[in-house]
Design a protein around this ligand. Structure first.
Ligand code: GLY
Length: 403
């Protein structure tokens, strides 16, 4: 009897437990990427009937809400499609990605907001990375030039918004736009873009963080002295609170800045943000944060899947740059976040949720907009996180060309 099972038992003993777990995470990731392909294909078919528009969220009745190319989220849908094409090599997805990338082309000339980085790098940036299409390269360079017009050398930062009550507002989200600037220097050889990115990252590091590693949402600067004169929030609970997506942007962006420059002070900052998030008593056990770490209503308030997805993708990258113990912790948390976001609590059923993938994100609670809804950027960073973790499980480099 025992002899019958001898080889099976031997094989079981031989496969380390970690490998079994890794394999089941891999199949969960593949399952959800294949779901994302189906759901985003439904969205693409719907969006073909909304010329010139891009998916944003759903309204209270569950109807799809679309946005114009100038809204900051417009590049995420085509970015998701590029990622899914990269995964599947399905030409239908490539065709959708090209169509919805083209819809945001006008934004390469946008100079009245910092969001040109989000819009163009997620769409054309991924498109260029995957296809090498030289027309896309020119768009990236034009967009970086547009963004560079918002840089003030006295302040040392790119201005975030126009027409507000602040003298020179810079929000933490703006750090995400720096990836476009680093890429533009790589593509064009023009060092100015990278210099602007480094200046912005340094000034933000000096002024936007608290000693505990958390960040303010908005810092306004004096344009005569270059000094920080106000520390505020727009989308968080209060000026002194820690808005979850802001912490996620900081974690992601300083990790990216380390990848782009090799400067260890950016890595240190990313680890400080990670420590703030992971040691925060208000981070739920399933690792998807409430919309603000300091909302006194916790636990009776909203989660933000978008912040969870951005953090997850960032933790996966950060795990590659730190010693083994921290690396294991970041990957453990990222795996939990993937499992939570992929569970029926957060992941929609096929054809529901306005054809978005994730439920339960928060755009702006103080603004009473997009509360507990799907958001196109939650889907984008979720797909990115799935692909990043998948690469690690398969032993592939996350950034083969360090860019
Ligand atoms: N960049 C705007 C936001 O994160 O809501």
């Amino acid at each position: 009897m025992l002899r019958k099972y001898f080889w099976g038992l031997l094989l079981l003993l031989y496969i380390p437990i970690g490998q079994i777990q890794a394999e089941s995470l891999l199949s969960l990731i593949d399952h959800n990427l294949n779901f994302a392909i189906k759901q985003d294909s439904l969205m693409a078919i719907t969006m073909l009937n909304h010329p010139g528009r891009l998916p944003q969220t759903i309204d209270k009745q569950g109807n799809l809400v679309t946005c114009s190319p100038s809204w900051w989220v417009s590049g995420f849908f085509s970015g998701s499609l590029w990622y899914l094409y990269e995964y599947s090599k399905d030409n239908q997805l490539k065709s959708y990605a090209e169509t919805f990338t083209q819809r945001v082309a006008s934004q390469q000339y946008t100079t009245d907001t910092h969001d040109v980085g989000f819009i163009i790098n997620c769409s054309f940036g991924n498109g260029y990375r995957i296809t090498g299409n030289s027309a896309y390269k020119k768009v990236l360079e034009n967009a970086a030039h547009s963004l560079s017009t918002r840089f003030n050398p006295v302040v040392g930062c790119i201005r975030s918004w126009n027409g507000t009550k602040w003298e020179y507002p810079v929000i933490i989200d703006n750090m995400m736009n720096l990836e476009l600037m680093f890429n533009a220097t790589h593509l064009s050889g023009d060092k100015r873009y990278e210099q602007i990115a480094i200046s912005h990252a340094n000034k933000t590091l000096e002024n936007q963080f608290r000693p505990n590693g958390s960040c303010f949402h908005l810092v306004s600067y004096d344009t005569i002295t270059g000094r920080a004169i106000a520390h505020k929030t727009v989308q968080g609970y209060s000026d002194s609170s820690s808005w979850a997506r802001g912490q996620a942007w900081a974690l992601y962006a300083y990790t990216m800045c380390y990848r782009k420059t090799g400067n260890s002070k950016y890595l240190d900052q990313a680890e400080k943000v990670a420590s703030f998030i992971l040691n925060n008593p208000h981070l739920p056990k399933d690792k998807i944060p409430y919309w603000d770490f300091d909302d006194p209503a916790i636990p009776h308030t909203y989660r933000d899947a978008s912040a969870g997805a951005v953090m997850c993708s960032a933790f996966i990258e950060l795990s590659q740059y730190v010693p083994k113990k921290a690396s294991k912790e970041y990957l453990h948390v990222a795996a939990m976040q993937i499992r939570t976001l992929s569970s029926p609590v957060f992941r929609a059923q096929l054809g529901s949720n306005g054809d978005f993938i994730l439920m339960h994100s928060v755009g702006s609670l103080p603004g009473h907009t997009e509360v507990d809804v799907p958001l196109s950027y939650a889907d984008y960073y979720y797909i990115e996180a799935l692909l990043r973790y998948r690469k690690l499980l398969l032993g592939e480099p996350l950034f083969p060309h360090k860019r």
